[in-house]
Ligand binder design. Structure first.
Ligand SMILES: [Zn+2]
Length: 154
């Protein structure tokens, strides 16, 4: 069963809609999920990429905002949103968009405010392997980076 019962939708200080933790959860907790049978769709502002050419539109990720210091990891292989650290009720649920997205349909200037903020977020395609190594990223992103960098090297 898909779950998002540990998420609440909130209006963030930025005015954007986003998910927050409904209750305290430990690191490693699954706070959201979607079914394997979720319908693939064309990439949009609300989908996440789960394979080279697969995009899923699921409640569990629709209002999961980006952060350069994310609080969750979206695991495309299991269809789940996993807490990266202990979360308190009301903490913003965020993930690192380039961990699933190779090229984003809606690039934006990140305002997460963290010291390591990457600035413009356009997807993993624009990031070096060194930068991506700092983050948990999905297998399809690792594979796409390997393909890209194999072509770039003599
Ligand atoms: Zn940022």
């Amino acid at each position: 069963m898909p779950r998002n019962d540990l998420m609440d939708t909130a209006t963030l200080p930025s005015g954007e809609k986003g998910y927050v933790a409904r209750q305290d959860v430990p690191a490693g907790a699954v706070v959201g999920s979607w079914e394997e049978s979720a319908v693939d769709s064309e990439p949009t502002k609300f989908t996440i990429q789960v394979g080279r050419d697969r995009h899923v539109d699921a409640d569990a990720v629709r209002y999961l905002n980006h952060s350069c210091v994310p609080s969750t990891f979206v695991d495309a292989s299991t269809g789940s949103v996993v807490a990266l650290r202990p979360l308190a009720a009301g903490d913003a649920l965020t993930f690192f968009y380039p961990s699933t997205e190779w090229e984003m349909t809606t690039p934006f200037d990140c305002a997460c405010g963290h010291a390591g903020c990457l600035g413009k977020i356009t997807g993993a395609e624009a990031l070096s392997a060194d930068v991506l190594r700092r983050y948990a990223v999905n297998d399809h992103i690792r594979a796409l980076v390997a393909d890209r960098d194999a072509v770039a090297v003599d």
